[in-house]
Design a protein around this ligand. Structure first.
Ligand SMILES: [Zn+2]
Length: 420
């Protein structure tokens, strides 16, 4: 790492070669409210120090405020209109099938990590959920010493595929459960071990939002998790890294006062008005981790397939429902939120902070909530995220930060170019 090379340019931003390791952490579901509460309660001393001695702001993220689009915005430094990942799912109009958007072939941009790796940097990407692994690792060559794996499948890593093996031994933790705080803690612990032993130039550590879906700021389990991740951030900084923290999205309680989910089943509403099979509601939050949110989120796409309902009719009907904050027809949605037009639905429907939207009631299994209040995300109300750098900003970036609202997709820019 003694060698310093020229800057890397991607999607209009030039990134300086890191003089010391840079660690960017995406705290999945890390709503700014958790840090606010954690500061009040004195449970996140390392984050507090970063905020005081380094830089802290609240930034905008990508809407829809889901995991895949935001992770891709962060690692490409570009909006979804450029990188193409505008949800966890989209509808292929030709086949009528919902397509999961986690395939690397759907990602239309290179990543900051891949560009540095191509230029000879040692790059490490670790994610909690395996679904993100292939896109995050796009362009990372394991044969050249780059590492890319998920804690979910940490027991199956091979040198050829992941650039590392025997990860459970290295980390000293058993394989974590898919629904656990440990799935995230494993990512951070692995990052610490790898930083210690291999001193890569750049690490991207992406966690999972299991805890935030289940526990509000200040609840004992949330506190336990935030104390633990804070300690990990401290150890990363102690090892000499610039540590930059952001989130893919926030999180809101979307339950009624009696504790039951506050849901608009939009497919049922549309079917009652236009008849069955005329429209199709796609919930782009859907993935195979639905236990903690029942595939209910704050943003859905409606496709007008049967010819009876026109987009303007759907928008008008949805907008009149209590709890709906905004409706956007295809072109307006793509323009407003910088989304890829060819992957947009006919109407985007967004709920307010206290409401979520589903397809048909029968499509959502809420049994796994098991008495917990529904906390979820997806809308504009969950698109504000922390933006924290452990080191003070240089003058140019202090000015840049003061000039206007930041976006989480600038986090690599600030971590690499903004520190002394
Ligand atoms: Zn997420």
């Amino acid at each position: 790492m003694a060698e310093t090379r020229g800057p890397i340019t991607l999607n209009g931003t030039s990134y300086r070669w890191p003089a010391r390791p840079v660690v960017v952490v995406c705290i999945d579901g890390g709503d700014p409210a958790y840090f606010a509460r954690g500061l009040e309660d004195g449970i996140i001393p390392n984050v507090k120090r970063f905020m005081e001695k380094g830089f802290a702001a609240t930034a905008d993220g990508t809407v829809p405020s889901f995991t895949c689009p935001n992770n891709m915005s962060i690692v490409t430094g570009a909006p979804a209109a450029v990188h193409g990942i505008s949800g966890n799912f989209y509808l292929d109009r030709a086949t009528g099938k919902a397509i999961v958007m986690t395939g690397p072939e759907l990602l239309r941009s290179s990543t900051v990590m891949a560009e540095f790796a191509r230029a000879g940097a040692k790059v490490v990407s670790i994610t909690a959920k395996d679904k993100l692994r292939l896109q995050l690792g796009k362009g990372l060559d394991a044969a050249r010493g780059n590492i890319n794996f998920s804690s979910e499948k940490a027991d199956r890593c091979t040198r050829a595929e992941n650039g590392i093996e025997n990860v459970l031994e290295l980390v000293g933790m058993p394989l974590p459960d898919m629904y656990s705080a440990e799935l995230s803690l494993f990512v951070l612990e692995a990052g610490i071990r790898i930083l210690e032993r291999m001193r890569p130039d750049m690490l991207y550590l992406s966690l999972t939002d299991y805890i935030q879906h289940k526990y509000a700021p200040g609840e004992a389990e949330a506190d336990r998790f935030y104390r633990a991740i804070d300690a990990c951030f401290g150890r990363l900084a102690e090892l000499g890294a610039v540590v930059a923290l952001t989130a893919d999205h926030g999180m809101n309680d979307k339950s009624k006062s009696d504790g039951t989910p506050n849901v608009i089943y939009l497919q049922d509403v549309l079917d009652a008005e236009f008849g069955p099979a005329d429209t199709k509601v796609i919930c782009p939050i859907t993935d195979y981790f639905v236990g903690h949110h029942g595939a209910l989120g704050g943003f859905v796409r409606v496709y007008c397939l049967g010819g009876k309902a026109k987009p303007a009719d759907v928008a008008r009907l949805a907008r009149a429902l209590p709890g709906i904050e905004g409706t956007y027809e295809k072109a307006a949605a793509a323009r407003k939120f910088e989304l890829p037009l060819d992957r947009e639905g006919d109407v985007a429907v967004i709920s307010d902070a206290g409401t979520c939207i589903g397809a048909a009631k029968a499509d959502h299994d809420l049994s796994a909530l098991a008495g917990f209040r529904l906390r979820t995300h997806g809308g504009v109300a969950e698109a504000r995220v922390p933006f924290i750098v452990s080191e003070p900003l240089n003058d140019a970036y202090a000015q840049k930060a003061a000039a206007g609202r930041l976006n989480s997709r600038q986090i690599f820019d600030f971590a690499l170019n903004g520190t002394a």
